[in-house]
Design a binder for this molecule. Structure first.
Ligand SMILES: [Zn+2]
Length: 494
């Protein structure tokens, strides 16, 4: 290693995120936004850019943009407008995109993210600035025939169904420093749009697309290094890995005396590296000008008030409330509030009388595992209702059944539902908590294992576990564990 490697570097990272809204119709016409439709069936003269047609703004798009702006604690413009961004590409029938340029609908927001230490699960919070949020229309989609990439294909087909689908573009300040922070930022954005119900936020299907801008500089240096853009990441882990790779690559290049080229790079999932796509000299000149076919947007206070009343409790607020109200750790609060429906389920289980700890454990462990192995299910679709889970937890907490028995009947409850109490009674699974009955069983086990008993009394106290195992075996897991241990202790040491 050369001495240059001793220099400490830091990465400066900003994200540009495109979020596809889930409105029924497109942003400027009444065409459907349905994605399962055959190619070029959700099109009309407006979204195909025929001469003489007039776009009309879908009010739902503006409402969604304002909701997101409020959720990001941004400044909502009282006066805003649309602009034409001119460029030529085969998937853009008008040869311009209607977007927003100098007067975006939202500016100066912020997003609180949580960084979890992977080893200790300790959570630290950080505020990331949001430069702006604006509305725009999506372009169409090119399908390269004969190959899944442009190179190697024989010809390309264009599908205009996506043309005019509404997008929010959200631009962060360059406040992110690591791949983990960037991935967490994108995840928190997804939580927000899902909580607000304005997008499904699905990265694999392209509803949430992130472009990363990244440069490195020696720690202490004020000027930014040369910025590289990375595209093509379709998962949070890909964002993290692409950034980590790129930081290494840039530091290595600087240490070797190479100049960083301003360019766009693609993340290659297969080889786990970024590759150069095209160099980017200066910023493109899109010749923006105000869209003459759409009136400027004037937002009044009453409208803002109306929309702000519809906002649900947001993820960060829910996390703080879970810590304060339920005494959960920051980590558990985070896991339970990640999905809005899981959070509602959890709150319903607690409201039905289960302990917070019990509800949290069952939901984050057994039920989460079940949902993971059944990706088509979500928590609202399982047969085990919050009331039933609360009943099950209470049966354990009252000592009627052991946790082991509860786990045994759980698969049936998840598939078919039913009253845990009735299932336990009809199957004769109620715990044995009669001291005389347990005492007889334990006496028999000790009598059957004289060698083990002798070893125990000679100091091999680890054998207690063996005896507990035998008790559970003899009672098919029905022995009240606390009581059984107590009696066993008396007999072993008495
Ligand atoms: Zn249309």
């Amino acid at each position: 290693m050369t001495t240059a490697t001793q220099t400490k570097y830091e990465a400066i990272i900003g994200l540009e995120t495109h979020c596809q809204l889930n409105t029924n119709s497109k942003i400027f016409c009444s065409c459907s936004t349905n994605f399962d439709s055959p190619p070029n069936t959700n099109v009309c003269p407006v979204c195909l850019g025929h001469p003489g047609v007039l776009p009309v703004l879908n009010q739902e798009v503006l409402n969604s943009a304002i909701k997101m702006g409020l959720a990001l604690q941004g400044k909502i413009a009282r006066y805003s407008k649309f602009d034409r961004k001119q460029y030529f590409y085969p998937d853009l029938p008008k040869n311009y995109q209607i977007s927003q340029y100098d007067l975006p609908i939202v500016e100066n927001g912020q997003l609180e993210i949580e960084i979890v230490d992977p080893k200790t699960q300790e959570v630290t919070k950080k505020i990331i600035g949001i430069t702006r949020l604006h509305m725009e229309e999506d372009a169409g989609k090119l399908v390269h025939a004969g190959s899944d990439r442009l190179a190697g294909s024989t010809h390309s087909l264009v599908d205009f169904n996506r043309t005019g689908v509404p997008l929010l573009e959200i631009v962060s300040e360059p406040d992110l420093r690591t791949g983990q922070e960037a991935a967490e930022y994108a995840q928190e954005l997804r939580r927000l749009v899902r909580y607000l119900g304005i997008s499904d936020g699905n990265m694999q299907e392209g509803s949430l697309r992130c472009d990363v801008n990244i440069s490195v500089r020696p720690v202490g240096q004020k000027e930014f290094g040369v910025k590289v853009e990375i595209k093509n990441m379709n998962s949070f882990s890909a964002i993290q890995k692409a950034i980590e790779y790129e930081i290494e690559r840039q530091i290595e290049a600087i240490n070797e005396g190479e100049a960083i080229v301003q360019e766009t790079r693609l993340w290659e999932e297969g080889s786990q590296r970024t590759i150069s796509m095209r160099s980017k000299e200066g910023s493109s000149d899109y010749r923006y000008f105000p869209e003459p076919d759409l009136p400027p947007l004037v937002i009044n206070e009453a409208q803002l008030e109306e929309i702000s009343k519809t906002l649900p409790e947001l993820p960060a607020n829910k996390r703080s409330r879970y810590e304060a109200e339920f005494g959960l750790s920051a980590y558990d609060a985070r896991v339970l509030s990640d999905d809005k429906d899981v959070a509602s389920y959890f709150e319903a289980v607690v409201a039905n009388g289960a302990s917070v700890k019990g509800a949290a454990n069952w939901i984050t462990q057994d039920i989460a595992a079940y949902l993971n192995s059944n990706p088509d299910l979500d928590i609202n679709k399982i047969a085990l209702t919050p009331e039933m889970l609360a009943e099950l937890i209470k049966l354990i907490e009252e000592g009627t059944i052991s946790g082991k028995i509860a786990k045994e009947i759980l698969p049936e409850l998840l598939e078919k539902g039913g009253s845990p109490k009735e299932i336990v009674e009809s199957k004769g699974l109620v715990a044995i908590s009669n001291p005389d009955e347990l005492s007889t069983i334990i006496d028999k086990i000790l009598a059957e294992n004289p060698d083990k008993l002798e070893q125990y009394r000679a100091g091999k106290t680890k054998l207690q576990g063996f005896f507990v195992g035998q008790i559970m075996k003899a009672t098919s897991g029905r022995a009240d564990p606390k009581l059984a241990n107590q009696i066993l202790n008396q007999k072993l040491n008495g």
